[in-house]
Design a protein around this ligand. Sequence first.
Ligand code: PMP
Length: 361
Amino acid sequence: IEELGRPAILTLDPYVPGKPIEEVEREFGITGVIKMASNENPLGPSPAVIEALKAAAPRVFNYPDSNCYYLKREMASFYSLSEDHFIFGNGADEIIKMIGEAFLNPGDEVIHAWPTFSEYIFASKLMGAKPCSVPVGENFKHDLKKIAERVGSNTKLIFICNPNNPTGTIISRQEMQEFFEKIPSDIVVVVDEAYYEYVTDPQCSSAVELVDKNRVIVLRTFSKIYGLAGLRIGCGIASPDLISLINRVREPFNVNLMAQEAAVAALKDQAHVSQSKELVIDGKVYLYGEFERLGLGYIPSETNFIFVDIKRDSKEVFTALLKEGVIVRTGDIFDRPNYIRVTVGTPEQNKRFIICLEKVH
Ligand code: PMP
């Protein structure tokens, strides 16, 4: 294997996702397992999505539209940008990989905060580029000053996750503007806004407004608030020239037909988006109160998940929670072994999580 694999590939570890519900039910011989591990929307998709999927099902013998014409048109109107500002992928994950393929050469440096979403590291290593991590600063926030200072002659890409996974912290509009003034204009900055729809802090603004003035690629996904994680569809928003570069490495039919139909219907139902956001806002108020009652620490989150300092080994708590039928994420994958990351669920799920946590802690 060592002789067969490209050196860059041999530096990669296989991705370990949150455990699927069915796997936990099989493993522990239990039913009624709930997953609060992958930041999905517990309300599911808009009912309009289900209708769109039913209507589209007889057409699955056809290849999907390679150019996502209708979805592009909807997104262009939603964001008040032209259609050539958009590219779609089999999840935002695929777009991250395509960005690596389009921009990175062996030896290039890629800067990212730590802890953050691990796919930036994967995409960098895959291309033989060097991921350089800059630890988060005060209150677990991105240290943009240190990130700007880390930029060197080999730096090609910077990944910024706003709000950040797993910390739930945001970067303000002013901090972002100052950052762009500091870094050389030839560097491409990817701003991953997978959880942007959950943000309530008015100081935070989307980098979509920067795409025509800076080398910025904004990532959005239909997996989170839109509730389409199982269909795999995400989006890159950038200036038409950057989009045309990424488009060169795109597989012809990378976004399936059902995903395109579902995304159009999901985008049109903004009432469902607002309802999902409200559920999370209320859920966080409840969970924060319970964490305080239990004497646990947490980072106030602008997303639909919370990074909780459970003050003991999270792997033990994770396994004990699994046996109770509750799936969360352990903090060791983010080098914070005493933390868990929990997705905000329905009021019933949140309550059950707290009861189980109190029992096993
Ligand atoms: N970015 C971030 C920050 C994420 O947390 C995720 C999902 N885990 C993604 C991107 C990828 O989302 P998807 O591929 O489901 O669109």
